[in-house]
Design a binder for this molecule. Structure first.
Ligand code: ADP
Ligand code: ADP
Length: 237
């Protein structure tokens, strides 16, 4: 359960990213956040894992107060919140498998991970995640050799290897062509269906949102201007 109560985010520059937002996201929901550039989508999503600090109000994620969380609490919370970015953020010169194993780092003893050693159970997890996004045959290929769509699926696998309770995806398909964008959205949809992981995705395009979301949150100037089922979201969002 993610709960925003009157959450305002003001950046050090004085710009208001979120303006008194109140909303709840239930476990297992597939929420798509839409809005023009600068509407506050990214701020909303990034506040959930504490990447952007809350200025005022209350933000609860699984009973943890993200606002004012101690570093150890925040680390624990982040270990269960997977984040996907527009730019994939893979390490290009290492293999796909190694990239996915990064998702297991929170569960790996530090000394072992320093020497690049992962336990068989971690590798099992990584292969399982790669299978789930249909890219296991690329396990030993360097990440930089993959297409954009393949890289984004590896990023999804890396998140899955974390055993997340929440997936946050900030414009995950913005740099992909339309067919590839649909493929990635279908992967996210299927993972949400099969594993029940709460999923929050920022998108630029309402048509994609309508097709995949259970619920659409429309934002404008840091406020929520629509919150409801896709069928009710009109072009004004
Ligand atoms: P969106 O994701 O919908 O494009 P953002 O959440 O990125 O919107 O931005 C909301 C507002 O906050 C915009 O006015 C943007 O310029 C501003 N903003 C975002 N990040 C920062 C930052 N790090 N410092 C200052 N202002 C920011
Ligand atoms: P290493 O890199 O140490 O040689 P491997 O990558 O070959 O190890 O395999 C390590 C673990 O991953 C083993 O437990 C193996 O069962 C599992 N594994 C290897 N390939 C696959 C696969 N295609 N699907 C699922 N699990 C796999």
């Amino acid at each position: 359960m993610i709960s925003f109560r009157d959450v305002t985010v003001t950046y050090p520059t004085g710009t208001v990213g979120l303006d008194s937002v109140t909303l709840d996201i239930e476990p297992g929901e597939f929420v798509v956040v839409v809005g023009l550039s600068g509407a506050g989508k990214s701020t909303l999503v990034r506040s959930i894992n504490g990447l952007v600090p809350v200025t005022s109000g209350e933000l609860l994620v699984d009973d943890v107060h993200v606002d004012g969380a101690k570093p150890a609490q925040l680390r624990r919370l982040r270990s269960r919140i997977g984040m996907i970015f527009q730019s994939f953020n893979l390490v290009g010169r290492i293999s796909v498998l190694q990239n996915v194993l990064v998702g297991r780092l929170h569960a790996t003893p530090l000394l072992l991970s320093l020497f690049g050693f992962f336990r068989p159970a971690d590798k099992e997890k990584a292969f399982e995640a790669l299978e789930r996004v249909g890219i296991v045959e690329k396990a030993y290929v360097r990440a930089s050799q993959l297409s954009g769509g393949q890289q984004q699926r590896v990023a999804i696998a890396r998140v899955l290897a974390q055993d997340p309770t929440v997936i946050l995806a900030d414009e995950p398909v913005a740099s992909l062509d339309p067919p590839t964008a649909h493929m990635v959205m279908r992967d996210l949809e299927r993972i949400n269906d099969e594993l029940g992981i709460t999923t929050i995705v920022n998108l630029h395009f309402l048509d994609l949102a309508r097709r995949y979301a259970d619920r659409i949150i429309g934002m404008r100037e840091g406020t929520v201007v629509f919150d409801g089922p896709p069928a009710e979201a009109d072009d004004a969002v």
